[in-house]
Design a protein around this ligand. Structure first.
Ligand code: BDR
Ligand code: CA
Length: 313
């Protein structure tokens, strides 16, 4: 089984990623580390606790991380209006976060993984602040991290959060630069690939078909916070960005991409803009595997089938 930490700012598509991991026996989800992002830290933490509790998995700890980016002003996500998940869709819970900090937890898990020679994988689906802090505060932990699978960046599909930048990277570009420069293997799933798979009503109905509480909650959230944009995407349906990191671990054969150099603009009006040297135009050493294509039907099937069975009786 793959030992995984999900670093997250829930967020509807974050909920889908956590559910996909919990619904997949191949994955040993060690913990959910939370960062401020889509919504403020308190709501992110509360939402993470709701997801884990709804899945009946109180054995999975939720850990509180960074409330603000490393540098500069906080920017919330495009769906910041969500705040706490609506109680009618994702019930409130008495499940509480652990007392250990997210950064410390990442370090301890990576050290333990290094000590018994296995390595831990991090699915990073929010701003990269917690992971950058872990790498800066405890540089030795880099060798315990097998890979960091990041949903972030945009190369041709610009203009999601600002005219230039994808949200997770734009919210803390300095953290992204630290993570990409750490030497830990990075897999990047940018908007260019996440926007290839759009989920429609038929997928939502299939998530609910077996009576899974998680499937029902997620379908309800996806309907209420509709992400479709016919004008932009040219076809009906909305993306579920973050679950792609977990899908990449489960079925990497669904994806293709290139090993290349990536970078990010740190300051100015285009801060958070990412570049990927997909065509080998620079001398810079490759520091990431950038995914550029997904079998969109295979991805949708995986997400829907696993979540539809999660906790279903
Ligand atoms: C990313 O930004 C957030 O709003 C989503 O949860 C996802 O992680 C997409 O750009
Ligand atoms: Ca997210």
């Amino acid at each position: 089984r793959i030992s995984v930490i999900i670093d997250t700012d829930p967020g509807v598509d974050d909920a889908a990623a956590i559910m996909l991991a919990l619904g997949s026996p191949e994955i040993d989800l060690r913990g959910v580390t939370v960062v401020a992002g889509n919504v403020g830290l308190q709501a992110s933490v509360a939402n993470a606790c709701r997801i884990v509790a709804l899945a009946g998995r109180r054995d999975v700890p939720v850990l509180v991380g960074a409330a603000l980016p490393l540098v500069g002003k906080q920017a919330f996500g495009k769906y910041a209006h969500i705040g706490n998940f609506p109680d009618d869709l994702m019930p409130n819970t008495d499940y509480e976060p652990a007392t250990l900090s997210a950064v410390r937890f990442i370090a301890e898990q990576a050290r333990a993984a290094a000590a018994d020679g296995r390595g831990i994988t991090i699915c990073a689906i929010g701003p990269l602040t917690n992971i950058a802090l872990a790498l800066r505060l405890h540089p030795d932990v880099a060798r315990g991290i097998e890979s960091i699978v990041i949903m972030g960046g945009a190369f041709t599909a610009l203009g999601h959060r600002t005219p230039f930048a994808e949200y997770n990277i734009m919210a803390d570009p300095h953290a992204a630069e630290i993570v990409w420069g750490s030497g830990v293997p990075v897999v990047l799933l940018p908007l260019d690939v996440t926007l290839q798979a759009l989920f429609v009503e038929q997928d939502f109905a299939a998530m609910e078909a077996h009576g899974s509480p998680c499937g029902i909650a997620l379908a309800g959230l996806l309907r209420r916070f509709d992400r479709s944009d016919l004008k932009r995407y040219g076809r009906p349906g909305g993306p579920i960005h973050d679950a792609m990191t977990v899908a990449w671990l489960l079925q990497p054969e669904l994806f293709s991409g290139s090993h290349c150099a990536i970078g990010v603009t740190l300051y100015g009006p285009t801060a958070g803009q990412t570049w990927a040297d997909l065509h080998g135009k620079t001398e810079q050493r490759p520091n990431a595997c950038v995914m550029t294509h997904v079998d969109q039907a295979g991805y949708r099937r995986l997400v829907v089938e696993r979540i539809a069975r999660l906790g279903a009786t």
